[in-house]
Design a protein around this ligand. Structure first.
Ligand code: ADP
Ligand code: MG
Length: 257
């Protein structure tokens, strides 16, 4: 489902991804952790073509990305399969909640208004916001905004969801509502997938929350200076890291730093 080989990315003289090799089978959930600046967001952005890269290749949801510029048409099709949820929600402020969710299906997937609305209503109900379709983003709490962003990503028809610190901009008391939605979407039970696709999606989840990684992820990758320095089931990696970097990361994370 996702295969990354030899991925290298620099910004100017700074090498941010220093040769990533990894695979994620369909339906698996990977938590991506690591210190700030280790390259987590850049890796996610490369996966959905928001960022170009210098060497290597990425296969994702039947698409192949190579180094250098991507074709706009390819990117548009890619975005129908790969959804992204950002730390700061990035809702369209001038559109209603419902319009935020229906925009991509209508533009990119050429859905009729009726179909897109029906699907959006189902997705908003699945994230507990059935009655907020007419609200504007500024009328929502952070937790509600992120739930809309998750519904929007799912409405794109996403077989793959990329989530970049989806709970970290939220007040602690609002995090649980987003965690709960992520659990539901991860289990495939409550959030219907567009086009009747297989319910279990592939997730790549960047998070600093050990608890979320432990609850959701099948596998954890620890990124350090642009390399995956450790990988394994969270139940092992978060208990007995194998490397000094892993032990240091865990100690800091347990201190909440
Ligand atoms: P993380 O998400 O793990 O905190 P990022 O992938 O955002 O890390 O950033 C990794 C490194 O790349 C950082 O040193 C950051 O300053 C740098 N970086 C990220 N995006 C850009 C950019 N657009 N231009 C220049 N440097 C960038
Ligand atoms: Mg980041």
């Amino acid at each position: 489902m996702i295969a990354i080989s030899g991925l290298v990315k620099s910004f100017g003289a700074t090498r941010v991804l220093a040769g990533i090799d990894a695979e994620i089978p369909e339906g698996r959930i990977v938590a991506l952790m690591g210190a700030s600046g280790s390259g987590k967001s850049t890796l996610l952005r490369c996966l959905n073509g928001l960022e170009t890269f210098d060497a290597g290749r990425i296969e994702i949801a039947d698409f192949k990305l190579a180094a250098g510029a991507h074709e706009p048409a390819l990117l548009q099709r890619l975005r129908c399969s790969v959804g992204m949820v950002f730390q700061d929600f990035q809702l369209f402020p001038h559109l209603s909640v419902l319009q935020n969710v229906t925009l991509a299906p209508r533009l990119v997937r050429a859905r009729s208004a009726a179909d897109a609305n029906a699907e959006a209503h189902a997705l908003l109900a699945a994230v507990g916001l059935a009655d907020r379709g007419d609200a504007r983003p500024h009328q929502l709490s952070g937790g509600q905004s992120q739930r809309v962003a998750i519904a929007r990503a799912l409405a794109q028809g996403s077989r793959v969801l990329l989530l970049d610190e989806p709970t970290s901009a939220l007040d602690p008391e609002l995090r649980e509502e987003v965690r709960e939605i992520l659990r539901r979407v991860a289990s495939g039970v409550h959030a219907p997938s567009a086009d009747g696709e297989p319910a279990r999606r592939t997730f790549v989840l960047v998070t600093h929350e050990l608890r979320l990684a432990r609850e959701l992820a099948d596998e954890l990758w620890l990124l350090h200076q642009g390399c995956i320095i450790e990988r394994g089931p969270p139940s092992e990696l978060l208990v007995r890291p194998a490397s000094d970097v892993g032990r240091d990361f865990l100690a800091r994370a347990l201190r909440g730093g």
